[in-house]
Write a protein that binds this ligand. Sequence first.
Ligand code: AHR
Length: 523
Amino acid sequence: MSTSVPPPASAASPESTTTTTAVIDLDLPGPRISRHVYGHFAEHLGRCIYGGFWVGEDSDVPNVRGIRSDVVDALRALQIPNLRWPGGCFADDYHWRDGIGPRDQRPRMVNSHWGDVVEDNSFGTHEFMDLCELLGAEPYVSGNVGSGSVAEMSDWVEYLTRADDSPMAALRRANGRDEPWRVPFWGLGNEAWGCGGNLRAEQFASLARQYATYSRNHGGNILYRIAAGADSGDLHWTEALMRSFDDLAADPAAPAGPFQAVSLHYYTMSGSWGDKGDATGFSTDEWYTTMARAHRMEELLTRHSTVMDRYDPHRKVGLVVDEWGTWWNVEKGTNPGFLYQQNTLRDALVASTHLDAFHRHAERVVMANIAQTVNVLQAMILTDPDTGALVLTPTYHVFAMNAGHHDAAALAVHLRGVQTRVVDGAELPLVSASASVKDDAALVSLSNLDTETDRTVVLDLRGRDVVGHDARVLTASALDAHNTPQQRDAVAPRPHAGVRPHARGLEVDVPAHSYVTVSLGLR
Ligand code: AHR
């Protein structure tokens, strides 16, 4: 872990302050922002499951039935709505029967995608469902299409969700769990265009229909089936999946089937897949390249939604961004297959701008899962492999600051006077914003992506009376500031005094490279 990297850039010069106006009609609530866009992802990859969530019952690290208590507590505080498991690429290599029954008798396998290590399957179905119950999160299970079978997937659903004395329900009982679990979200494969089988779009679309058909609803457990979707800008993949539906336009009341959603994966990096850029010690140019690439999520959502609208005018089919976030070169000295990376203020602003985009597309984006929760890619939590010490990342704090958006109604934010910067030939807006309202409270999120210029954002608040406000700011002097066991709060939200009454509402200081949330009390 890098703790002593020279900061690549410093804070704003005080003379450079500009004003942006954000017009918000508080009385015009839009579509609901599903809390599930604040979802998470945990793969059998590096130290995410093993060491991150699972330490085993005999560990010195405090645990409940083998699951780390400090990690559970931190994620409960975020109110994480769902957790996707067991992959990722791992999902299409995973055979669920290897992960049930007495732990010391479970077969081993090679985790060929991630470090080529031997997986002992000590964390399996029962452990995952226990974890979800401890977290108060809804399970999102990714089934194996790549190397599995229709029958294997069908049996897993039955094992998890069936109440009577069916063969799979009986097997579950023999393994110590009497009651069926509730599993709302079911993934049909992962990256079927790549690690999930290198399939063609049309070929996978047919498979998705078939696997979805045999992933049955048992009793009252109604599955929301999510077909493995496109890689970033691959509109053809989305189109092939949408075309595979029977006429979605015909009957507005008829639910979509045999699957209900398609996914989308997009990762942000400052370099290329060969050299993704470092998590710390980056240049100002790399900062802006990163922000421009993060901003691309807005365009991707617009383009994939446009394709979906063509086939699905009633918006029955959900778009699930079940992998997103930053992907940097691994930290020096760590296993290249474990994808362990630091998490800085830059990651925080990548997260805040993605979440703004999800809010703006709330009518189509029903769920999203940042990759990945602990110790892998853009994590919420990093744990020290030697001491076990836990650190909350800047990204964690963005999720915490945004909790008020969960299940709130999106509010349109019309920005005026936003400065832009040309990055790789395209204009990058230097302010990102979103807002929502729930009952008598609204939340406004403001990101200033500029490395140097402080901004004032005038909130032009219309339609309802504002009777109180409270603001928080997340920033640091160095662009690559991050938290470590020695300095846990180098990047942590602080109360923000820079909010003043204004003739049109409020005036908010948004320092250079900062994230600010303003909670409003409404009448
Ligand atoms: O999140 C890491 C990997 O990225 C996942 O396993 C895969 O789906 C994607 O390529």
